[in-house]
Design a protein around this ligand. Structure first.
Ligand code: FAD
Length: 454
């Protein structure tokens, strides 16, 4: 079978569907290709920030049925055991939403398929790209050929399109995520996404359906590989859980159904080549703790539909997604790695959130994807760094430990260097040199090895 379209989109995940709707609204003829339309039980994004909810409105989706039977998302309920801290961070404007991932994607697909100008090709797996023509393997049929002026790779982290245009696969594994679904439980703060920090990575909790709460447990790689992984996970997380959730989480982890996903980092650098553009996770992704993956992917889809020129698309998306990507990476490492500098940085973040309402609101705007300004992010980052240095000095003086002070200062200086080099414009990327992928990468890997002996 042969097809001809203005735009061929590979992958009908959340971002591919939004890209199809956005391109169809500009009058282009779209072919939307999906290899695996019946795959269920995928464990992925279930929280949308306000910026992503507005992106859906921009393509004509004003309501998500599977998000309507429970409260919208008002923001984050943060808790930490070291240092001991709790706070509620509210979205300054409209709320976000939460839902079960597979129901959400089903709804987006239905909306895309029902849109004039969109042709859906289910069970078509793209295997090759020859000039302007995609080659697809089709179940029980001959190969299909799809010719298009613009080809979009919305095929996720394991993107085939990315490989076919010769872009390197530069993913790094951070950790794993174990997913549980709890029934008949009440969250300490209904309507908020709970982020609970403890000994290792975070535990996240949010309601995704009327009677269902999703728990996401960040699991260090070495712990996931252990024979007694479940017991080891429980020992790692139990301290950081609220009383009301302890027993249900324990029971579901030990005897219930556990979904698994891998948490990876791929910096958002490559947006495509020639007539081929990448969007969503195919461009890049990071730890899902801040729930910003789809917000960024929907931003790609809308920007691409509005641009004729791929270079302009790349420049705009680089500017629009740098600060949320940096924030997600830095926050994950500050709270997943336990060391003198990260403890000082945690204290500095909590100081700012408790004492400076403007910076607290600004942090939330960065997290929610409503403020992409890298200058303002660096400004908040530097004020945090100054406070962190003060904590390092104070803690080292209290413990009479100069080594601890030097280690803390070096770690914070490393973070500053990383922030500044990540923020340089793409034209100056060669100045970056041989930096580790993330600020506390080596410490995290070391800590993961130590966790093996727990
Ligand atoms: C545990 C976890 C929790 C997360 N939490 C959040 C959250 O709360 N909020 C948030 O915004 N993000 C979150 N994310 C990230 C979010 O899930 C992703 O950013 C999002 O799914 C990316 O969408 P996508 O459409 O780019 O890719 P995908 O969702 O991966 O979709 C790609 C699609 O392409 C299809 N495909 C692949 N190869 C081919 C091929 N060769 N031919 C045809 N079709 C193909 C696949 O079958 C799939 O349907 C989370 C991720 C994980 C793992």
């Amino acid at each position: 079978m042969e097809y001809r379209a203005d735009v061929a989109i590979v992958g009908a995940g959340p971002v591919g569907c939004v890209a199809a709707l956005a391109h169809a609204r500009t009058g282009r003829k779209v072919v939307l290709i999906e290899a695996n339309p019946t795959r269920k039980n995928r464990f992925a994004g279930e929280l949308l920030h306000p910026a992503a909810v507005s992106a859906l409105s921009a393509v004509g989706i004003h309501s998500i049925p599977c998000a309507n039977d429970h409260l919208p998302n008002r923001g984050f309920a943060i808790s930490s055991v070291d240092p001991d801290f709790t706070t509620l961070l509210d979205h300054p404007g409209a709320p976000g939403i939460t839902f079960e991932f597979n129901h959400f994607v089903d709804h987006l697909r239905e909306r895309a398929i029902a849109t004039e100008g969109v042709q859906f090709l289910p069970h078509h797996r793209v295997v090759d790209l020859k000039g302007d023509t995609l080659v697809c393997k089709v179940r029980d049929e001959e190969d299909a050929l799809i010719r298009a002026d613009r080809i979009i790779g919305a095929d996720g982290r394991f993107s085939v399109i990315r490989k076919l245009i010769g872009i390197e696969d530069d993913r790094a594994v951070l950790s794993y995520m174990a997913g549980l679904l709890l029934k008949d439980v009440t969250l300490p703060h209904e309507g908020y996404g709970h982020v609970m920090w403890g000994k290792a990575g975070p535990v996240l909790a949010y309601r995704i359906e009327e009677n269902g709460v999703r728990i996401c447990i960040d699991v260090p790689t070495v712990v996931k590989k252990r024979k007694d992984a479940k017991e080891a996970i429980w020992n790692l997380i139990r301290e950081q859980l609220p009383e009301a959730l302890k027993q249900p989480i324990h029971d579901e982890l030990m005897n219930g159904k556990v979904l698994w996903a891998v948490n990876e980092l791929r910096p958002r650098i490559h947006y495509g080549r020639g007539r081929v553009a990448l969007v969503g996770d195919a461009v890049g992704h990071f730890h899902p703790m801040t729930g910003a993956g789809m917000t960024m992917g929907f931003g790609d889809a809308l920007e691409l539909a509005a641009c004729d020129d791929l270079e302009r698309y790349r420049a705009r998306r680089h500017a629009g997604s740098l600060s949320p990507a940096m924030l997600a990476t830095a926050l994950y490492e500050i709270f997943a790695v336990r060391s003198a500098p990260t403890l000082a940085l945690r204290k500095a973040i909590f100081d700012i959130w408790s004492e400076e309402p403007v910076l607290r609101e600004r942090s939330m705007a960065f997290l929610a994807g409503t403020d992409p300004s890298i200058t303002r992010l660096l400004n908040v980052g530097m004020r945090m760094v100054v406070r962190a240095f003060r904590h390092v000095v104070r803690d080292a003086a209290r413990d009479r430990d100069i080594g601890q002070g030097i280690d803390g200062s070096r770690g914070i200086a490393g973070l500053v260097r990383w922030l500044l080099t990540e923020a340089v414009p793409p034209s100056m990327q060669m100045l970056k040199g041989d930096l580790p992928l993330t600020p506390f990468e080596q410490r995290r890997l070391l800590q993961q090895q130590q966790l093996d002996h727990l």
